[in-house]
Design a protein around this ligand. Structure first.
Ligand SMILES: O=C(O)c1ccccc1NCC(=O)[C@H](O)[C@H](O)COP(=O)(O)O
Length: 218
C-alpha cells in the first residue's frame, strides 16, 4: 500500500475537537470506544453527541468512517448505539463468534490479539476466514493480558504478509516516532493508534497531526 493511500484510524476519541483535528488532518477512520469500564469509554449518549458536534464542526469535506468499539456486549444494545450515533463500522474487541456477528447490523472490524505464543501461521488461520467473510481485521498487541489500547507493540515480524492485505490494520504501540518504520517494514493497508497520539492520557492535536503526516509521508 502506497503510504499516501494508507488507511489511518485514530482511536479512542472523546471530544468533537479531537475528531475534527484528526479528520481535517486526513484520518480515514475515527474510533469511539463504547466498551464499559475502560479509560477511553464514552457513553452511548455522549458518543452520539460528540459525533453530531464533530459532523457539524468539521472543516474539511473529508468524511472518515465512524467506528464504534464494543466488547462482548448485547447485540441489541450495540445495534441501537450504532444507529443513534450514526456509526459506519463496529469494531469487535472480545470473543464474538460468527453467530454473534450475524446479529450485527453494520460491517465489522475484528480485533485479533498477537500473543507471545502466536505464530504467523496461527495468525493467518484466524485472519483468513474473517477476510474471506468480508470483515476487516486489526492486529494488535496481546501481551501483558492487554485487550486493546495498551500502547504496547508486538513483534512486527509476525505481521509480515498479513497486514499488507486489504482491510487489515496494524495496531499496538504505534506513535508519530515509529509509524514510518512500521510502514517501511510491513506496508500495512492501515494503521491504528490510540495511546501514541495522547499526552497525559488526553488526545493531543499536535501528536494526531504528526502521526498522520508521518504515516502519509513514509
Ligand atoms: O483504547 C482502548 O482503551 C481500548 C480498550 C479496550 C479495547 C480496545 C481498545 N482500543 C482498541 C484500539 O483500536 C486501539 O486503537 C488499539 O488497541 C491501539 O491502541 P494503542 O496501542 O494504545 O495505540
Amino acid at each position: 500500500m502506497a503510504s499516501e493511500d494508507i488507511q489511518i484510524k485514530i482511536c479512542g476519541l472523546r471530544s468533537a475537537n479531537a475528531a475534527i483535528v484528526a479528520s481535517d488532518a486526513g484520518a480515514t477512520h475515527l474510533g469511539f470506544n463504547f466498551i464499559e469500564r475502560v479509560r477511553r469509554q464514552v457513553s452511548p449518549e455522549d458518543g452520539a453527541q460528540i459525533i453530531a458536534d464533530y459532523m457539524s464542526g468539521r472543516k474539511s469535506l473529508n468524511r472518515p468512517h465512524l467506528v464504534g468499539l464494543f466488547r462482548d456486549q448485547d447485540s441489541e444494545f450495540v445495534n441501537e448505539t450504532a444507529r443513534n450515533a450514526k456509526l459506519d463500522y463496529l469494531q469487535l474487541c472480545g470473543d464474538e463468534d460468527a453467530d454473534y456477528i450475524s446479529k450485527i447490523d453494520l460491517p465489522i472490524i475484528k480485533m485479533i490479539f498477537v500473543k507471545e505464543a502466536s505464530t504467523k501461521s496461527s495468525l493467518t488461520k484466524i485472519v483468513d476466514p474473517l477476510l474471506d467473510e468480508g470483515h476487516g481485521v486489526i492486529l494488535d498487541s496481546g501481551v501483558k493480558s492487554s485487550r486493546g489500547g495498551s500502547g504496547t507493540s508486538f513483534n512486527w515480524a509476525l505481521a509480515e504478509g498479513i497486514v499488507d492485505r486489504p482491510n487489515v490494520f496494524l495496531a499496538g504501540g504505534l506513535n508519530p516516532e515509529n509509524v514510518q518504520s512500521a510502514i517501511k517494514q510491513l506496508s500495512p493497508w492501515g494503521v491504528d493508534v490510540a495511546s501514541g497520539v495522547e499526552t497525559d492520557g488526553v488526545k493531543d492535536p499536535e501528536r494526531i497531526k504528526a502521526f498522520i503526516s508521518a504515516a502519509r509521508s513514509a
